[in-house]
Ligand binder design. Structure first.
Ligand code: 13P
Ligand code: SF4
Length: 365
């Protein structure tokens, strides 16, 4: 195709109604060449176009099973990378806005993880004693690091199973980048808190003494999700005081105390399932991103269920929010005109070992 791709400037101020008309027309023209995958946090005006939805684990499986030539990922960057790695060579993974990153994923990078590995090797034999486990919320080069060093990827829905696998390989785990998911997983396995040490990547040897490193079963990278850190134990105590029969469900990216005070802790898919399957007329306090909570509240309202958001302030995944109808319309119009925009392509030298770590995860979970 010789015509140049269509500039996003033409779409940035486009009225919503025109965006929606364009999205519908381009989808009709493209038919089964395109599949749209949406994470549960995606805003409602984009989520309505989802062919497939889910949490990170489900979406990674769906991406590996998709037949469409173009996989449009309405999520964040690492999710589109996983779709590229797990899909077939002729398939193309697209992220409608390249600025849709994950701030937690950015809290670890390859240089810092390699430095950590070197520093661990000054105290231990890391290759023999430590299994690196990366949360799927991480860049492809960190998944590749795990693939090369006998490690694995986990998601919020399989972290316990993956940690058991990791401990069967070696006696310790280096878990990055989310300390909260790591700590909650370790706690559920019965590991005492004083055997879970926080590794601060900005300090020499993670800020730990050699004795602390030798004693640690689980080394937790000092990273977190800025959305989930907004949920506090005080929010749960207030809810319980006002609604003694109410139930609390949280995502494991919430801090330890919030998870401890919750009746249920699980992935986004798990949260949706538990609340939908709950008896009618129950009341729920939900500690995860606002778009999911608002959607869930509407869906279960006919059963008399009341779903409340955990924080008094608005907590959205502001990066995922960047995928708006304007970006989706621009992406689809370009595809219909024969142009691929925002192609997410993981370089071969990273994709191979990253796939190994992802396939280990899919085989185990
Ligand atoms: P889930 O895998 O539970 O959907 O979590 C992804 C995520 O980024 C939560 O903040
Ligand atoms: Fe990343 Fe937090 Fe957004 Fe999840 S909610 S994608 S962890 S920034």
């Amino acid at each position: 195709m010789n015509t140049p791709s269509i500039d996003f400037a033409l779409y940035s101020q486009m009225p919503e109604a025109e965006c929606h008309a364009r999205i519908r027309a381009a989808r009709a023209a493209l038919g089964r060449q395109v599949v749209i995958l949406c994470h549960h946090y995606q805003r409602a005006d984009v989520y309505q176009y989802a062919d497939l939805t889910g949490d990170s684990l489900k979406l990674s499986r769906l991406a590996s099973q998709a037949d469409a030539q173009y996989i449009i990922f309405c999520g964040v960057h690492f999710m589109a990378e996983v779709a590229d790695i797990m899909s077939k060579p002729h398939q193309i993974s697209i992220l409608p806005d390249l600025a849709a990153g994950c701030s937690m994923a950015d809290m670890a990078n390859l240089a810092k993880v390699e430095r950590c590995w070197r520093e661990l090797n000054e105290v231990l034999n890391a290759e023999e004693q430590v299994t690196p486990v990366t949360y799927i919320n991480s860049a492809a080069d960190l998944k590749a690091f795990c693939g090369r060093h006998g490690g694995i990827v986990c998601t919020s829905s399989n972290a316990g199973t993956i940690a058991e696998w990791a401990f069967r390989q070696r006696e310790k785990i280096l878990f990055f980048p989310d300390q909260h998911l790591g700590r909650w997983t370790g706690h559920k396995m019965g590991i005492p808190l004083d055997e879970m040490m926080v590794w601060d990547p900005d300090l020499e040897r993670g800020g730990l003494t050699p004795e602390q490193i030798r004693k640690a079963k689980l080394l937790l990278w000092k990273g977190h999700c800025s959305v989930h850190q907004m949920f506090q134990p005080a929010h749960i105590r207030k809810f319980r005081a006002e609604h003694p029969d109410g139930l609390v469900i949280s995502h494991p990216e919430c801090c330890f105390e919030v998870c401890q005070l919750s009746d249920y802790v699980g992935s986004t898919e798990h949260i949706v399932k538990i609340v939908k399957e709950a008896p009618p007329n129950t009341r729920w306090l939900v500690g995860t991103e606002l778009n999911l909570v608002n959607r869930l509240a509407e869906e279960v309202k006919p059963d008399g269920k009341i779903v409340q958001f955990m924080s008094p302030t608005v907590c959205m995944c502001s990066t995922m929010q960047r995928i708006d109808p304007q970006h989706l319309a621009w992406t689809l119009d370009n595809l219909a005109a024969g142009h691929v925009v925002n192609h997410i392509k993981v370089p071969e030298h990273e994709a191979g070992p990253a796939k190994l770590a992802l396939e280990r995860m899919l085989a185990v979970s």
